[in-house]
Design a protein around this ligand. Sequence first.
Ligand SMILES: Nc1ncnc2c1ncn2[C@@H]1O[C@H](COP(=O)(O)OP(=O)(O)OP(=O)(O)O)[C@@H](O)[C@H]1O
Length: 262
Amino acid sequence: MTIHVEQLSFSYGSHQVLREISFSVPKGQLCGLFGPNGTGKTTLFKCLTGVMPGKHEQHIFLEDKPLHGMPPKQRAQMMAYVPQEHTPPFPYQVKEVVLMGRTPYMGGVYGPKTSDYEAAVEAMEKTGITSLAEVPYTQLSGGQRQLTLLARAFAQQTEMLLLDEPTASLDFKNQMLLWKTIRSNMKAGKTAIICTHDPNHVFWFCDAVVVLGRQGSIIAQGRPQDVLTDEVLREIYGEISQVEQIGHRSVVMPFLDTVMDM
Ligand SMILES: Nc1ncnc2c1ncn2[C@@H]1O[C@H](COP(=O)(O)OP(=O)(O)OP(=O)(O)O)[C@@H](O)[C@H]1O
């Protein structure tokens, strides 16, 4: 599934956050969404998922169809969203939270089908949380909660994944597990947009990147190696790092001596 955003602007009241954003993510690509705090990345996700309905949705297209007017259930069959944080209102078990990913496919009074339970079990296996299935979600650590939300998104079996800082609370091994799982989704032809604050993750795991600047407009986009240059990183963060090469990989190294002197 291809997602296409054309001249999207969005304001909270008089506070304009997104300014004439245009980009496309073709089927099978993983696109990083990168930029300083408060530049509108989560807001962009909320525009895509329809949390804030409005005319701006006329500027977002899934396979050439505008999102505007698309019912939530239809949208949820096409895209799954992993939020940055989520506070559960009730102590549902992990397996019940994951099963909620199947809601867009349930209808009437019949409840979950065998295929829904199977999709939830598979999603828990993929994310390594099978042993947590019976644990109340309210008793999980931050990282375990994030893996549960990821499993819920996988259980939704959508063509498009929208992931808002999914590695933020994960330990190093789980970060790599997550990227591996996401990359395997790309191999299966899915499409994803992932917000991350780690430029190295963009370099190593993303096919493309969209960089949002402080004014809420795109300041660069394209292949990570072309886009995340010293100049662009300096523009958004100032003089704090430089891009180095280790083998054929790019690595953003902070100026550690400066940090230690502070
Ligand atoms: N519900 C809201 N009402 C009004 N302003 C909001 C609302 N949500 C976010 N904002 C403002 O919109 C701007 C963009 O916020 P957003 O959360 O989209 O940024 P972000 O790039 O995701 O930030 P971060 O990297 O810190 O997660 C911020 O100035 C924020 O204060």
